[in-house]
Design a protein around this ligand. Structure first.
Ligand SMILES: [Zn+2]
Length: 755
């Protein structure tokens, strides 16, 4: 019998920098779901990958003196290596610079245009028009459709003026279909309050969106019009389909096919079938002709969803779950379904937008950066405990500590505390004591339970049920709490009945045997239920219990406490979770993190003197493409340790500081801050918002038009809640340090390098 399918995706991560703990969080959550679904009998396709196009990649590569392709080749490998380290059981990895993805994006747009070709131009989903507006290069987001200055609604930075001929997607025409769809599928976006946000956004009215760019070179060329490259979001979202084989099927049928194919086959009934025969027929329905979109779809009679997809695509699409961070919900819950509707393809079943992982500033701040990386955590745990526990430690902490869906806090201290309490002293200690006693008292053979009717069995049965319910609802923290109830219960039995004393009594074995069976059976249940979250340790314990089935394939829904067979010979004993020394481990992690931030310079934590006040900035938990990664990587860059004061620096150190000529466009005072001015400064290819502490020396109106020198690669930071993105150079004059701005006597264009 064939298994039911389950297809889930992480965001396709933007490959302009290395992944941080936020991206790891999303990927781990998806891995837990993938493993759980496999244990429920599903055939799982699990897609992750890297989004490798866009202006941020171009710029990052330019800064490093490499080609964009070289940069993404290197970075995507860092992602893969990390997922390997974290035991991520993905089945598909898509790179948006791969030829198969390129073909898929072009195919999707061709398919969309083919469907519309018999419609009057003003009804077609994709059309060409002049675009003038403001665009945020950090979030790859069209901020406004007018040329007036505007700040990005995500990052707050001033947006760039763009004027060019673009391909547009007629998103406006999808307002009604989208709202109808949300109404018919009120659970489509989770958590519920996010569904409401999405609805309100669409109800407020949609604007058509540009889906091509002329100014960017690093992208997928538009089919038949290669001067244009695809807008990064259209490109990135399509990876959810290209990653499982869209575009690898019969593409010719799309390129030429709608008319001839529909003549041959006629239109399918049901309307949402998507074979080429449907293209012409559906096109005549117009854009919002009540096609009744709903997630999930049955394919046409032949069982083929679309000829442009290969067998894998036709089996797994639509996705059962897109897991994303909340900052990219609009793209996934508004744009993406509209793109799919326009192409006549079925929509994903569910979108879950989780919260951000925030980074706690440690109280005893040794001036650290605020971005945590997963590798040091895993490696430091492994090294210091001498066991492969780091992966489980991180996974357990992330799922246990944060209520999934809401924002969470990441703290190294809490991570180690959690490890020692729940894993080392909790499950690890329980398993090790119990198995050692079975080894010592029963020659390593699981004893009989005997005839007793047992409360533990009832407890376990109840708990298995509720753990499954929690997993199904993605309530991971509650789920783990529930599972660990059984650990506590077993611990309590040991402490209360003291088998090490009972065994010395004349009928010791009769007393202790059933007790150890009960506890071992509980441990077995825990290792199955916790396996999706802590795969390494549960496998170890499973084998020590003498279980021979592959734990990955154990059917969680058939799990029974009595599944432990008396007489089973236990395996070789080995502690699952050695204790970790908090101080030593914390220092090791920090040292390794510093090496990542500041490669080549092994700086001791105490010697680091800078401090980023960006700790409140969310290091984006996920990024199906560009969004918050720019801010995150900037913060990471800022965390690099500076040279000690007065020490000589090399020319290379100096070269790290990017100085440019800027022209002040606007200047204004900030209420409540008598020294600060808020400026917008044109630095050639963009306009930056910069705060400067010069209000006592300069009036705002005398600054407009003035040439200044600006440090452009300084990490953005917030002052008085306002973001400053760059720094003005000024001399500090006299005893009171009056600022005097650096400027130029000669005429020099904005954006010129200063070196
Ligand atoms: Zn922005």
């Amino acid at each position: 019998m064939s298994k039911p399918k389950f297809y889930l995706t992480t965001p396709i991560y933007y490959a302009n920098s290395r992944p941080h703990v936020g991206s790891a969080y999303t990927t781990i959550v998806c891995d837990v779901i993938a493993r759980y679904k496999r244990m429920c009998g599903y055939e799982v396709a699990y897609l992750t990958g890297t989004d490798e196009h866009g202006v941020n990649i171009e710029r990052a590569a330019e800064k490093l003196g490499v080609t964009p392709q070289q940069l993404v080749d290197k970075n995507q490998q860092i992602f893969r290596d990390l997922w390997k380290l974290l035991g991520i059981s993905y089945t598909n990895f898509i790179r948006t610079t791969s030829p198969e993805h390129e073909r898929a994006v072009q195919t999707l747009v061709r398919r969309t245009m083919a469907r519309d070709k018999d419609l009057p131009p003003e009804k077609r989903s994709i059309y060409k028009a002049k675009y003038e507006g403001r665009y945020c290069i950090y979030d790859n987001l069209y901020v406004s459709d007018t040329p007036e200055p505007a700040n990005c609604q995500i990052c707050g930075r001033p947006a760039e003026l763009i004027s060019e001929e673009n391909y547009f997607f007629r998103l406006k025409a999808y307002e009604k279909p989208l709202l109808d769809f949300y109404r018919a599928n009120p659970q489509w976006v989770q958590p519920d309050f996010r569904m409401n946000e999405v609805k309100s956004f669409v109800e407020a009215g949609l604007k058509d969106v540009s889906i091509s760019r002329k100014t960017i070179k690093w992208g997928i060329p538009w089919p038949g019009d290669p001067e244009h490259v695809f807008y990064v979001w259209y490109d990135a979202l399509t990876s959810y389909m290209s990653g499982i084989g869209y575009g690898e099927g019969d593409i010719e049928s799309v390129r030429h096919g709608a008319s001839s194919a529909s003549a041959e086959k006629g239109a399918p009934s049901g309307g949402r079938g998507s074979s080429p025969s449907a293209l012409g027929a559906l096109a005549s329905e117009g854009l919002s002709g009540g096609r009744g979109f709903s997630p999930g779809v049955s394919s046409d009679a032949s069982g083929v969803l679309t000829p442009e997809g290969n067998a894998e695509f036709n089996k797994f699409w639509p996705a059962d779950l897109h897991m994303i961070g909340k900052e990219i919900i609009r793209f996934h819950a508004v744009y993406w379904p509209a793109f799919l509707m326009a192409a006549g393809l079925p929509l994903p079943e569910k979108i879950f937008a989780h919260g951000w992982l925030l980074f706690e500033q440690e109280k005893m701040s040794k001036s650290k950066g605020n971005v945590a990386y997963p590798e040091p955590i895993v490696k430091a745990f492994d090294e210091l405990t001498g066991a492969k526990v780091g992966n489980d430690a991180l996974r357990y902490y992330l799922l246990r500590e944060t209520v999934f869906g809401q924002d969470g806090n990441f703290s190294r201290e809490a991570l180690i505390t959690r490890y020692n309490a729940d894993l080392a002293n909790g499950l690890g200690n329980l398993a090790s004591r119990t198995l050692t006693m079975i080894d010592n008292y029963f020659e390593g053979v699981i004893p009989e339970l005997g005839p007793a009717n047992d409360a533990m069995e009832e407890n376990a049965a109840h708990l298995i049920k509720s753990a499954i319910t929690y997993y199904d609802r993605f309530q991971f923290s509650e789920c783990l709490q529930e599972i660990w109830q059984l650990v506590s219960l077993a611990d309590f039995s040991l402490a209360h009945e003291k088998p090490w004393k009972q065994i010395t009594e004349p009928n010791g074995k009769e007393l202790v045997g059933p007790l150890l069976y009960r506890i071992a059976a509980a441990i077995r249940v825990v290792s199955v239920l916790a396996h999706p979250v802590i795969p390494d340790a549960t496998r170890k314990i499973w084998e020590q219990l003498g279980q021979t089935d592959d734990l990955d394939d154990v059917d969680v829904k058939q799990l029974q406490w009595r599944g432990l067979i008396p007489g089973t010979k236990i395996g070789k004993l080995e502690g699952a979770f050695p204790r970790a020394d908090k101080k030593e481990l914390s220092e090791r992690i920090e040292k390794m993190e510093n090496e990542i931030r500041n490669p080549g310079a092994a700086v001791e934590p105490s010697a680091r003197a800078n401090k980023t006040d960006a700790s409140i900035e969310p290091a984006a938990a996920s990024t199906a493409a560009p969004s918050a990664t720019a801010a995150t990587s900037a913060a990471a860059g800022a965390a690099a340790a500076p040279a000690p004061a007065n020490a000589k620096i090399t020319i290379d150190d100096f070269a790290k500081v990017e100085l440019r000529v800027g022209v002040v466009k606007t200047a204004e005072r900030i209420q409540g801050a008598d020294k600060l001015l808020k400026l917008t400064v044109d630095i050639g290819d963009e306009v930056r918002q910069v705060l400067a502490g010069i209000a006592l020396a300069y009036a705002p109106e005398e600054l407009v038009g003035r040439k200044v020198v600006i440090v452009v690669n300084l990490a953005p930071r917030k002052m008085r809640g306002i973001e400053s993105n760059g720094m003005l150079l000024a001399a500090s004059a006299g005893a009171d340090g009056k600022p005097v701005l650096c400027t130029f006597a000669e005429d020099i264009p904005a954006g010129s390098k200063v070196k």
